[in-house]
Design a protein around this ligand. Structure first.
Ligand code: PEP
Ligand code: CO
Length: 444
């Protein structure tokens, strides 16, 4: 079949909704197609080159942000807080990996969610499931849950506002991490790792001071940082509307994000998402869980990257701390068998989700760190290597995941649980997670 931005409509598409008014959808797609893009093709190509370096072991990727962004949280404080924790984590990871770190937010477009059930029933009433602010609204009424195509436009606008603010902060020197308050790890007092965290912070501060002292200016790495965007490319009408050709570069780019990823629920070889993504030049992430088979994975690589372009494919594995040893090795061997170089990234969040007896979705910090540490070790044993981490976090003081130096427990979950979807690491847990990675890598 000839590829075009709409050829996906000829294939079965998982996780899509049907809009009550198809003409309204057509109007929204037409309007979005005329709006300026959020990112440029040269940024996309820069990222692909960076991911190729990470695949070769010369750089490390930090991808992080909300499970789902919400329209409500399109405000300056949460955005700045998320940027700050991403920058801090990345600095800790530079320290731990001794490699340049490529920062990618789950941000500026992460508005659509796959759901395991199409409908939700409460008190005998059944309505369509909430699928993210790009599709419908969270409130449990028929009107709110009806898919509304105008929300795609609203999502695109909020993505633009978010990215504009991030770019302004970064350009304006927000990334100046000299300030001591950036490096307060007092939350870790009493943790067995406290002394090591202090050492890591001291050594980061020394190297920052050293660079400023000899150059007389703030470290260039901190002044000019790149932040790339990513989201799960789930709602295909949205992705289609932002896919276009650019002057002087062949092919098509999805310019609503630098780095779209395909979830496993939509990775069917003969499905619409694979059809859509095989035609765009962006680097692609593919989430792989315990259900991924070697044939399926090799089929995806052949379909999505027939030319074997460096940096094109990132495989984001999310097996769960207890399943990694069983499920990862055959996939690594299968990829090796193809002779391809891919970038391996560990998502230690999605395989470690559990529900408390009170019915609250949570994740244990220890399982998250364990899956990460096992991933570094296992890749090394298999002769490949882990080139990045993918986490769900917020810069705020929420209580959604259990554990960490503060010892959050199930009781604490009631206090500040804000996520409408998956539980995120809070500010301290995210920083501590980076410290644990750094510590692990330095001890190896
Ligand atoms: C996600 O990244 O939020 C997500 C839904 O993950 P997965 O597809 O890996 O379950
Ligand atoms: Co999630």
């Amino acid at each position: 079949m000839m590829w075009s931005p709409t050829s996906w409509t000829q294939k079965p598409a998982a996780q899509q909704v049907s809009y009550g008014d198809p003409e309204a959808l057509t109007r929204v797609i037409a309007e979005m197609s005329r709006l300026p893009p959020l990112v440029t093709s040269w940024e996309v190509e820069n990222l692909r080159a960076g991911l190729a370096r990470a695949a070769r072991g010369e750089a490390f990727v930090l991808q992080g942000g909300d499970c789902a962004e919400s329209f409500d949280d399109c405000r300056s404080d949460p955005i700045a807080a998320k940027l700050k924790i991403l920058l801090q984590m990345s600095l800790v990871l530079v320290h731990g990996t001794k490699k340049p770190v490529i920062r990618i937010g789950r941000i500026a477009g992460q508005y659509a969610k796959p759901r395991s059930a199409d409908n939700e029933t409460r008190g005998g009433v059944t309505l369509p499931a909430y699928r993210g602010d790009l599709i419908n609204r969270d409130a449990f009424t028929a009107e709110d849950r009806a898919p509304d195509p105008v929300l795609m436009l609203r999502a695109y606008e909020r993505a633009a506002l978010t990215l504009n603010f991030i770019r302004a902060l970064v350009d304006g020197g927000f990334a100046d991490l000299h300030h001591p308050e950036y490096w307060d790890v007092s939350f870790a007092e009493g943790s067995p790792y406290a002394a090591q965290y202090h050492q890591i912070v001291d050594s980061i501060r020394e190297s920052l001071d050293f660079v400023s002292a000899i150059t007389g200016v703030e470290a260039e790495v901190l002044r000019r940082v790149d932040i790339f965007t990513s989201h799960e490319a789930l709602a295909l009408p949205y992705e289609q509307a932002t896919t276009r050709q650019v002057p002087r570069r062949p092919g098509w780019y999805n310019l609503s994000t630098h780095f779209p990823w395909i979830g496993m629920r939509t990775a069917q070889l003969d499905g619409a998402h694979v059809e859509f993504h095989r035609g765009i030049n962006n680097p692609l992430g593919i989430k792989i869980g315990p259900g991924m088979t070697t044939d399926w994975l090799v089929g995806l690589l052949d379909a999505l990257d027939p030319e074997r372009k460096p940096g094109k494919i990132t495989l984001i594995h999310r097996m769960g701390a207890g399943k990694l040893q069983q499920h990862l090795p055959p996939l690594v061997e299968a990829v090796r068998g193809t002779g391809r170089t891919v970038l391996w990234v560990c998502d230690p969040m999605h395989g470690n989700t559990e529900t408390t007896p009170q019915g609250i979705k949570t994740r244990r910090f220890d399982n998250i760190v364990s899956e990460l540490e096992q991933s570094f070790e296992l890749h090394a044993q298999l002769g490949s290597h882990l080139g990045g981490v993918h986490v769900e976090l917020t810069g705020e003081n929420v209580t959604e995941c259990i554990g960490g130096a503060r010892g959050l427990s199930e009781v604490d979950l009631e206090r500040a649980y804000k996520s409408r979807v998956d539980p995120r690491l809070n500010y301290e847990q995210a920083l501590e997670c980076a410290m644990r990675i750094a510590k692990h890598l330095r001890q190896r």
